[in-house]
Write a protein that binds this ligand. Structure first.
Ligand code: XMP
Length: 508
């Protein structure tokens, strides 16, 4: 398969380069600059990413480009561009003027294939502390802004192109066109990597890899495990054994509804009611991390017990997606530490199963496109993310079946309301929190002393940062009325108006 390699020097934008190239229906992979794989004939070109480092730093990343430079087309972005200048004997110095934000390309060599059809004055996004002062002799200038002379260059006699701005960022208005010029015209990729081609090759690969072996997979109701299951189902049919565990912490009626959908999809799925086991281990546990650990461990126990009943199972399938893979490969992503607590727990070694991960190379939006391609129902495809530990981390303090029921009812009104009012698809994630706080209220002539719930709805791209959704007041008023009237035990509703950071999406 035609592939573009992206060498990561730790820039926050590296994933975005990959996503943009894939938007062009060209497959690409991110690799750390110091772990370049053996190149095969499939590799059609290489992109060097930006970096938080200066190429003059003592510990600046230094890649070994011996099998790449001058042999394969290369596009160096930002740090990459500066690194190549330094390597060739030019000068890179701390910039004296601001080189951050929007800028316009005042000089553009449209005869250069990278800049074909780029409009005069095209807006680009700069983000660097250093700047290129002097380039080596054989580096030919191809574009400039009024303050940055060497906005881009090509090394003569090579298919090596470099730009100091970021084509992957949406503020670079024609950035995608430049990436297209690179991957299509310069690297000659044929843009054939589509959801349909992915489905076809993945099914063929799975058949070949798995043969007649049995595979077990844990379904969660989320998009990733559902799409993974559908691909495997198409590849190996009844040899795929799916397990869907009711941990008693799912949304109201979720277990029954989702199980039904899975059966409709033709999946060989077993629903396991393990509610009581989870409630037992969670009894009296208030610390969020202890809750997560207890849930993770109990899930493994339940899953393991079920998996053992399938004779001769050889493989464990997982819905791992590309961002998870990148996190474990990445140079030094701050994201790795922020999200570490989300790993509810791996599977125990004693299961001794081989791992198959059909979605390992896909971003979340690509998983959705693939899901749509293979006919996953819209209500499964467009679901908000839902945390593995479920409502347990939305009930602050200890967990009881009664509290779960209250929260399920509140959540059901809120999520149902978002759907009815056409707001569900406008927010990235929504839910309700049951607070360990009681407050005074009046109902009729009675004084009440009952629970407070907080509603939370956020806008986000990836969950790493988020802003609270500005839901209409009228809608919030309706939700509050309905919740207080319909859910016994709740007499006060508040709306969470905190952004992440400094708050998080979940309350625990
Ligand atoms: P936070 O609360 O860290 O959440 O802003 C970011 C995203 O991660 C989800 N989340 C979890 N997902 N296990 C999960 O599978 C967890 O323990 C967990 N904690 C938070 C959260 O729902 C949001 O989408």
């Amino acid at each position: 398969m035609q592939t573009i390699l992206i060498l990561d020097f730790g820039s926050q934008y590296t994933q975005l380069i990959a996503r943009k190239i894939r938007e062009l229906n060209v497959y690409c992979e991110i690799h750390a600059y110091n772990k370049i794989p053996q190149l095969t004939a499939d590799v059609k070109g290489v992109v060097l990413s930006g970096s938080p480092y200066s190429c003059n730093d003592a510990h600046a990343p230094v890649p070994d480009l011996s099998q790449i430079k001058g042999r394969l087309p290369m596009l160096a972005v930002c740090y990459g561009a500066q690194y190549l200048v330094k390597m060739g004997g030019g000068n890179v110095l701390p910039s004296k003027i601001r080189e951050y934000g929007r800028a316009n390309l005042q000089y553009i060599d449209n005869s250069n294939p990278l800049l074909k059809d780029i409009s005069p004055n095209s807006q680009v996004w700069m983000s660097h502390g250093d700047t290129i002062e002097r380039v080596p002799q054989n580096y030919k200038l191809i574009c400039s802004t009024d303050t940055v002379k060497y906005a881009g260059y090509q090394i003569e006699g090579e298919q090596t192109y470099a730009i100091q701005f970021h084509p992957e960022v949406s503020h670079s208005i024609e950035g995608l066109k430049m990436l297209r010029n690179f991957v299509v015209d310069i690297c000659h990729c044929d843009q054939s990597w589509t959801p349909a081609s992915f489905v076809e090759t993945t099914i063929a690969d799975l058949r070949q890899k798995l043969g007649n072996d049995k595979v077990v997979l844990g379904l969660s109701g989320g998009v990733d495990s559902s799409v993974a299951a559908m691909l495997l189902n198409k590849a190996i049919g009844k040899n795929l054994h799916c397990i869907f565990v009711d941990n008693g912490l799912l949304r109201k009626n979720e277990f029954e509804n989702v199980l039904e959908s899975y059966k409709d999809m033709g999946l060989n799925v077993k629903g396991v009611d393990a509610k009581q086991k989870f409630y037992d281990v969670l009894k009296g546990v208030t610390d969020p991390e202890k809750k997560r650990k207890a849930i993770g461990k109990t899930f493994i126990d339940v899953f393991d017990e079920e998996a053992k009943q399938i004779t001769d199972v050889k493989w464990l399938a997982q819905g791992t997606i590309y961002p998870d893979v990148i996190e474990s490969l990445s140079v030094k992503g701050p994201s790795a530490t922020i999200k570490s607590h989300h790993n509810v727990g791996g599977l125990p070694d004693y299961m001794k199963l081989k791992i198959v991960e059909p979605l390992r190379s896909l971003f979340k939006d690509e998983v959705r496109r693939v899901g749509r391609q293979i006919g996953l129902k819209n209500d499964l495809l467009s679901r908000h993310p839902f945390p593995g530990p479920g409502l347990a981390i939305r009930i602050l303090g200890d967990i009881t079946p009664q509290k779960v029921e209250i929260l399920q009812n509140v959540d059901n009104i809120f999520i149902g309301g978002l759907k009815e009012h056409g707001l569900y698809d406008k927010v990235w994630q929504a839910g309700a929190m049951l607070l360990p706080v009681q407050s005074v209220g009046v109902m009729g002539d009675e004084r009440t002393y009952e629970n407070v719930v907080a509603l939370r709805a956020v806008e986000s791209n990836d969950g790493m940062t988020a802003d609270w959704s500005h839901l209409p007041y009228d809608f919030l008023a309706k939700m509050s009325n309905r919740i207080i009237n319909e859910v016994k035990g709740v007499n006060r509703v508040v709306y969470d108006i905190s952004s992440k950071p400094p708050a998080t999406i979940e309350w625990e």
